[in-house]
Design a protein around this ligand. Sequence first.
Ligand SMILES: *Cc1c(COP(=O)(O)O)cnc(C)c1O
Length: 424
Amino acid sequence: MKNLYKEMGISERVFEYGEEILSGLKERFREIDEGAEYHQLKVIDAMRREHVGEACLTGTTGYGYDDIGRDTLERVYAGLFRGEDALVRPQITCGTHAIALALFSNLRPGDELLSIAGKPYDTLDKVIGLREDKGSLAEYGITYAETGLTEEGDFDYEAIREKLNDRTKIVWIQRSKGYASRPSLSAEKIGKAAAFVHGLRPETAVMVDNCYCEFVEREEPLLLGADLIAGSLIKNPGGGLAPIGGYLAGKRELVENAANRLTAPGLGREVGASLEVLRSLYQGLFLAPAVTASALKGAVFAAFLYEGLGVKAFPGAEEERHDIIQSLEFNDPKALIAFCRGIQAASPVDSFVRPSPAPMPGYEHEVIMASGAFISGSSIELSADGPLRPPYSAYFQGGLTFPHAKFGILNSLEYLYREGLIVL
Ligand SMILES: *Cc1c(COP(=O)(O)O)cnc(C)c1O
């Protein structure tokens, strides 16, 4: 094995350090495998209950009326994530679009959106109107308020109480930390916040950005009191096979509003051809628990490997996980760039490409991205990115198989080691 890794460009020093770290992770990996087993059974159960049949795997064209595969898949998602209803569509182009859909369809002029886990993900700045763009919520007269997390990483309940008012129509919770330096939130914490908000304002909908969190924990935000969740199919629930798409799941009325906004009032969920993607969406969902487990193992391995070398890891190597994101604080732009180049060079696709920092639509700073993926931009596949701003953190995620994640992580270390940016 050592020789094979050597042929693949991994020096003996890096390989041996990696093996030493891995030998201490057996129990942790066993727990992750048990989580995959749990979620695999849940997925099969949801598919059996809804009688997923061969006819569901072929799609429709044109208007897409009576698309049995699409409608069944939406019931599978609703059952799995414990919502009354779900919208799962290739016409939802990405995670940001799913979130924007949830917000635009359920807010009206004069309403207020309250984000209670600090500033949401960068790509939502222009959706909300924090940075100006055409058609933002702000342009429609929808205001925005925010409370941050406490130092302990929990919701600031006093601040939430103060900010909630007659106009607060949606309370927004981003479960994964995204590009922020704060902990990701457990479903349990989200459940408590939902109960608190509903206790004060029963009419306010609690919505959750669920990106990167599916199949990580056993609890489901909808079961614990959230009203709507939103996410991307080129992250966890697409299992690496979904070529496009986003989903919403939760209270029927909230999902129906979203369907009317996605297509048009009067058409709602009845239109929207699934074209040729249904088989991938079903098969991807079926594989998603195992793929998410591979990604989790990669995150844990990276955290232990780099923490051992003095790099700050969030979450810390020993900490409990609520999403698949691992951030590594390099405090050095050169190290961030070398890390991303190492990940890229370990990819099955575009391994010969050398990533460089560049401006990205929706992001405020230059971003460097490593993604040698079968599905363009898919971040359930091994990928890394980071905004070029202090503390120069790499956000590392994905890995369809653990052996690939392992190779990518070792290769990232190899790049840092060779450039003298890390001492082994
Ligand atoms: C990825 C992500 C988004 C946006 O999804 P895109 O598919 O990149 O548009 C939103 N929120 C969080 C927490 C994310 O991780």
